[in-house]
Design a protein around this ligand. Sequence first.
Ligand SMILES: Nc1ncnc2c1ncn2[C@@H]1O[C@H](COP(=O)(O)OP(=O)(O)OP(=O)(O)O)[C@@H](O)[C@H]1O
Ligand SMILES: [Mg+2]
Length: 445
Amino acid sequence: MRLTRYFLPVLKDNPAEAQIVSHRYMLRAGMIKQQAAGIYSWLPLGFKVLRRIEQIVHEEQARAGHIPLLMPTLQPADLWRESGRYDDYGQEMLRIKDRQGRDMLYGPTNEEMITDIFRAHVGSYKDLPLTLYHIQWKFRDEMRPRFGVMRGREFLMKDGYNFDLTKEDALHAYNRHLVSYLRTYERMGLQAIPMRADSGPIGGDDTHEFLVLAETGESEVFYDAQVTDIKLGAREIDYDDKAQCEAVMQEFTSLYARTDETHDVAVFDAIPEERRKSARGIEVGQIFYFGTKYSDAMGANVVTPDGGKVPVHMGSHGIGVSRLLGAIIEASHDDKGIIWPEGVTPFHCGIVNLKQGDADTDAACEAMYKALQKAGLDPLYDDRDERAGAKFATMDLIGLPWRITVGPRGLKNGVVELTSRRTGESVEMTAEDAVARIVEIYAGI
Ligand SMILES: Nc1ncnc2c1ncn2[C@@H]1O[C@H](COP(=O)(O)OP(=O)(O)OP(=O)(O)O)[C@@H](O)[C@H]1O
Ligand SMILES: [Mg+2]
């Protein structure tokens, strides 16, 4: 993309309504525009990151053997009357009447609808295990929408639902989700710690929330400092291997890590004092096992191998896809702007032309721009007729992890400059080497 042809409405001043850094930078970098409280348009740069995050979620769900589908945003109230949640859900549910006077709602989640799909099409243990998921917009009429996409009213969620014959199988699905979520967040450059949580209105016995530590997080968390040392890394996972998934789950959840809802002072105080940490965190996901709560209420049964009929065991598992943009920025920025991790960056690198209109400089930039595209990468070329300072400020604000700076003086010596957004370090090299280096960086991502 050439910046002169892009739509990047960068703001010069700090928007007064933004209280936290991620909200401020998302507005300033022209990523989102508020349309109503907690409801946003995704401008091209924000939309690009949103799509990258979705892509990672899809890839990791596929790896775990989970199957994508798409359910609508609007749902008939009758489904929710079957589970009893139409009355229980309260003011957060946006209720709508269609022209026939039928009660509808904008889905805050999809347990009822997926159970309806299941009972219509699955009747035998032979079709299990099954995990279906989608990435779809949700609406919750939050009392206090705030912090930009962090607590929106309309927000994008990945929600997945497992169907299993036995509790044991459903717990394997739970562990599979836990492991796949760890990998998902790590690929986004985030450390999200699974913490024992309260089951809330969905109801269930087993549930963990994934929290990214950040001062601006809305949850209060307590944990053993050693949990932050555990990483999934590049280890091979066989998602069909029950023992391996369970071992990873144990590894990540045995040390103390809880939200304030389940915090137990007596257990916490048994940890050596120097390891006892309290902090704030952003909830970026949650997994639940809730047994037969919905299958009982909605008649989702399967035939067992011995000819009996049992309600299917279920769980639901969510990732806050749009909230993740805010969480990533909270975790990765400086006073000049965002610092995108390579896994989610909207463009792989920026090319800054220091002397637009100078024939040699233009030609060198064009050549690199084309070479990067040919290598399958997506560079952003700042080809505006602007001062160098303004170009650098834009690049720093929008946070591309790598910048190639091209000017007549360097070209005279046969070099361009490659700069890391994270460290600020610059290295001079030939244009060919700079392209090769960028290609190499993204090869493993
Ligand atoms: N209002 C919201 N805006 C943006 N993302 C949200 C919002 N509510 C929930 N999410 C995201 O969707 C994920 C799954 O939804 P879940 O039902 O667990 O939310 P929740 O526990 O009600 O969230 P919270 O406690 O933050 O209100 C959450 O972990 C969170 O990342
Ligand atoms: Mg939750």
